[in-house]
Design a binder for this molecule. Structure first.
Ligand code: C2E
Ligand code: MG
Ligand code: MG
Length: 339
């Protein structure tokens, strides 16, 4: 939208009005829809007098607004380099997905009392020839922002299932592997069919795969999210709520969901010496017990953390104390040695 403004001070009242109008709720098929918008603003001639550049700057501002979860942002120069970096990551990631240049590593999850491996979490890795190693936190967020989340998830799911099938054929008995699902993707009605078809093709039992979703996804209350949760549960695919405790969930709603595990976020595990965090972890464990959901503590790095969590009744744990995310080849050697 091009807006002729004589005075800068007219900008903000206009933006507020625009956002107010665009976010007015409406009814669709008896359902109340509350739209949200994200506005990026650039100004001529302050930011540029070229139309193309103005659009690009406004887009950079919109991305930042989206990332920060605010309704609008006005362009400033630092955003330009952030946008360029994001574009490079997006292009690189598209290339990597197309040419199979990503990698999966597995991090074991342990039973805290018995010390046995009960499963793995698949974590994606990417080393780009130009960009170097890009952290998953960064490129997964870009993938989500540019609608590549579904493609990325499918690549990880397919790679994991393919590997599980090879191990099974070789007579190894790998425990279940959990795959992280990007936030928008879990409400996709096709996700369930994709996974079930792959499992059948590869002759794998559904319980060989587990899924990790974030609190935000579980809380989104969309009908397809709930349909998928129930469908996976009925099929025998277990679901974990990842990074538990970092969102602002309504516990009463969360407890009504068909989930199998909560994963206490590593931020709590690594600050157990603070009374406040210790109380929070105790409360999470008590809640999980009340609704018969099992608990996995993330990011255990010390024996003290492990002992404290086990004494509080935490079932499972994951973290550098036991194992760092490990290559498929090394996991294969471990599976051979226990077989
Ligand atoms: P997450 O799913 O919560 O994964 C746990 C993160 O904690 C991983 O970081 C893991 O390497 C790290 N971690 C494990 N143990 C420890 C520990 O003892 N100490 C510390 N400090 N860190 C530990 P990573 O691999 O960098 O992944 C970061 C996030 O990126 C993941 O958080 C997940 O949200 C996302 N992600 C990673 N792989 C995938 C994937 O294949 N698909 C999707 N959709 N997201 C992924
Ligand atoms: Mg996870
Ligand atoms: Mg986590």
């Amino acid at each position: 939208m091009l807006l002729p403004l004589n005075d800068r001070k007219d900008l903000l009242p206009f933006v507020h009005k625009l956002i107010e109008k665009c976010t007015e709720p409406y009814w669709l098929a008896q359902e109340k829809i509350s739209p949200s918008v994200c506005v990026g603003i650039s100004m001529c001639p302050d930011d540029s007098s070229q139309f193309g550049a103005l659009i690009q700057h406004a887009e950079a501002a919109m991305f930042e607004a989206k990332q920060q979860g605010v309704p609008f942002r006005v362009y400033h120069q630092d955003m330009h380099s952030a946008l360029t970096q994001r574009l490079e990551i997006e292009q690189g990631l598209r290339r990597a997905l197309e040419h199979n240049l990503l990698n999966v590593v597995l991090q074991p999850k342990y039973n805290l009392l018995e010390g046995k491996t009960i499963g793995y979490e698949a974590l994606v890795r990417w080393h780009d020839a130009n960009l170097g190693t890009v952290a998953p936190d960064i490129f997964v967020a870009v993938a989500e922002a540019v609608n590549l989340g579904k493609q990325l998830d499918r690549w990880v799911i397919d790679t994991v299932l393919q590997q599980l099938s090879l191990w099974q054929k070789a007579g190894l008995q790998p425990p279940p592997v959990a795959v992280n699902i990007t936030s928008k993707h879990f409400s996709d009605p096709e996700l369930f069919n994709h996974i079930m078809t792959k499992l059948q093709e590869l002759r794998l039992v559904p319980s060989s795969l587990q899924l990790e979703i974030t609190e935000g996804v579980a809380m989104d209350k969309s009908p397809t999210t709930l349909i998928n949760l129930n469908a996976f549960r009925s099929a025998g695919i277990k679901i974990a709520i990842d990074d538990f405790g970092t969102g602002y969930s309504s516990l009463s709603y969360l407890t009504s969901l068909p989930i199998d595990f909560i994963k206490i976020d590593k931020a709590f595990v690594q600050a157990l010496e603070s009374d406040h965090n210790l109380s929070l972890v105790k409360a999470m464990l008590a809640m999980a017990k009340a609704i018969t959901v099992q608990v996995i503590a993330e990011g255990i790095e010390t024996h003290a953390q492990q002992q404290l969590l086990a004494s509080l009744g935490c079932d499972f744990g994951q973290g550098y104390l036991y194992a760092k995310p490990t290559s498929l080849a090394d996991i294969e050697q471990q599976l051979i040695s226990v077989n």
